[in-house]
Ligand binder design. Structure first.
Ligand SMILES: Cc1ncc(COP(=O)(O)O)c(C=O)c1O
Length: 382
C-alpha cells in the first residue's frame, strides 16, 4: 500500500535525468540522493507547464509572491507568524547558509554543528574559511536529541555560529521546543548566531510537531536565521529557490547585506513552483506524508524480519533512514559492500561525522516495492 500517489515504476524513473537517476549504472537501485520518486504535485506541474507555454523563462521578478506564500504556509501549518518583509529570496538553502555565514563569521572563526548531520554543513563552514566544531547529538533510550551540555561546552569555547538542522537530517529528529528554548538561551549567553536549516520542516510525520526556531523566544529571534524552502517537501531541488527568514533587526541587518543580485541568481521557475507548492500543495503533501509514514514502518518490519541485527529507529520527519550496520561486520563503510554485492546505493554514514562509522543513510521516498527490493537484496548478503 503506498497511498493514492501513482509512483512510477523504476524503469520509468530511470528516464529522469536528475542526480539520483544518473549517478549510478542501471542495475543499481539508487537510494542515496535526497530526491523523492513521487510525481510532481499537480498545481506545481501546472504552474510550470503554464510558464513554459508562455516561454516565461527569464529572470525571477522582484515580487512579494514568494514571501507571501511562505508566510501564509507557516501561519497555516505551524501558527508561526512571519512578516513577509522579513523573508528574503536566495538561490537555495546551501547558498543562503554560506552567504549568511560569510557575513557573521570571519575566516578562522569556529562554527559548531551536531553530528551525525547533513554532510555539506561542514563543507559550507570550511567554504567561508571557518573551523568546524562538533557538539554531537545525544542518543538515549527515547531517541536522539540535542546535547545541551556539549553545545554549552562548544559555545563557551569561542564559537561564533551554530548550524542547526531542524528537523535533523540524517536521523529524522524533530527537536523539542524545550531544547530549542535552551539552545536559544545558550546562543544569547555566549553570543552565538544560530542558522536553523528548516528545509525538511514540511515533511514532519504524524506524531511529531515541527517547532520553528524563530518562534521559540526573543533570544532565538535575536540570534536566529531560518532557512526554508519547498525543495525537499515538494521535490523541487533542481529549480533553485529558497528563503532566509529573520524576526529581529539584529540578524536582519546581515540579510540586508546580501548582494542585491541574489534574486537574479534564484531560479525563476523555482520561485513559480515554490509559490504554487506553498499556496496549493497541501493535499499532495498530505498524500506524500502518508506514504512516508507507511514506508518508515515498512522499513522497520523488513529489517526486523530480514536483517534483525541492524539497528534502526523510525525517523520523526522526512524520507531518510539512519541504519546502524555495525553488528554485521561490514566495516566502517558498509555501503561499499552493499553497492558492490547487492547493487543498492546508500549514503556512507561516516560522512555525517565520526558517530556515523558503520552506518548508512537510506532514502525511502520511493514505492514500497523499491524499498522491499532494496532490503531484500541487502539481506541476501547477510
Ligand atoms: C538538511 C538539508 N539542508 C540543505 C539541503 C540542500 O538544500 P538546497 O538544495 O536548497 O541547498 C538538504 C538536501 O538534502 C538537506 O537535507
Amino acid at each position: 500500500m503506498t497511498g493514492a500517489l501513482p509512483i512510477p515504476p523504476v524503469a520509468e524513473l530511470r528516464k529522469r535525468q536528475s542526480a539520483k537517476w544518473r549517478t549510478f549504472p542501471d542495475d543499481v537501485l539508487p537510494l542515496p540522493v535526497a530526491e523523492m520518486d513521487f510525481p510532481l504535485a499537480e498545481p506545481v506541474a501546472k504552474a510550470l507547464r503554464e510558464a513554459v507555454d508562455r516561454s516565461d523563462t527569464g529572470y525571477a521578478a522582484p515580487t512579494r509572491d514568494l514571501a507571501d506564500a511562505v508566510s501564509r504556509y507557516a501561519r497555516r501549518e505551524w501558527d508561526w507568524k512571519i512578516d513577509p518583509d522579513d523573508v528574503r529570496t536566495v538561490t537555495d538553502v546551501g547558498i543562503g547558509i554560506v552567504e549568511i555565514l560569510r557575513r557573521v563569521v570571519s575566516p578562522g572563526d569556529r562554527v559548531a554543528i551536531s553530528p551525525p548531520v547533513y554532510e555539506p554543513f561542514s563543507w559550507w563552514i570550511r567554504e567561508v574559511g571557518a573551523h568546524v566544531v562538533e557538539a554531537p547529538l545525544a542518543e538515549g533510550p527515547q531517541g536522539w536529541q540535542l546535547d545541551l551540555d556539549a553545545l554549552e561546552r562548544a559555545f563557551a569555547d569561542h564559537v561564533t555560529a551554530y548550524v542547526l538542522c531542524n528537523p535533523h537530517n540524517p536521523v529524522g529528529l524533530v527537536h523539542r521546543r524545550e531544547d530549542l528554548v535552551a539552545l536559544a538561551g545558550l546562543a544569547d549567553k555566549y553570543g552565538v548566531y544560530v542558522l536553523s536549516d528548516e528545509i525538511h520542516a514540511p515533511l514532519v510525520l504524524p506524531g511529531a510537531e515541527f517547532v520553528p526556531f524563530l518562534s521559540v523566544s526573543d533570544e532565538a529571534r535575536r540570534w536566529g536565521f531560518s532557512f526554508l524552502s519547498a525543495s525537499k517537501g515538494w521535490n523541487l531541488a533542481g529549480l533553485k529557490a529558497a528563503t532566509v527568514i529573520t524576526a529581529d533587526p539584529a540578524p536582519k541587518r546581515y540579510v540586508d547585506r546580501l548582494s542585491p543580485h541574489s534574486l537574479y541568481r534564484t531560479g525563476h521557475l523555482g520561485v513559480i513552483a515554490t509559490v504554487a507548492a506553498f499556496n496549493l500543495g497541501d493535499p499532495w503533501l498530505a498524500e506524500v506524508l502518508s506514504v512516508l509514514d507507511h514506508n518508515r514502518k515498512l522499513l522497520e518490519e523488513l529489517l526486523v524480519k530480514l536483517l534483525p541485527d541492524v539497528r534502526y529507529r523510525q525517523p520523526q520527519a522526512g524520507f531518510l533512514a539512519w541504519i546502524d550496520f555495525r553488528a554485521l561486520g561490514w566495516g566502517d563503510d558498509p555501503t561499499d559492500h552493499i553497492l558492490a554485492a547487492a547493487k543498492v546505493a546508500l549514503n556512507a554514514g561516516h560522512r555525517y561525522g565520526p558517530t556515523g562509522i558503520g552506518h548508512a543513510r537510506l532514502n525511502f521516498g520511493c514505492s514500497a516495492e523499491t524499498l522491499t527490493e532494496a532490503i531484500t537484496r541487502i539481506a541476501a548478503l547477510s
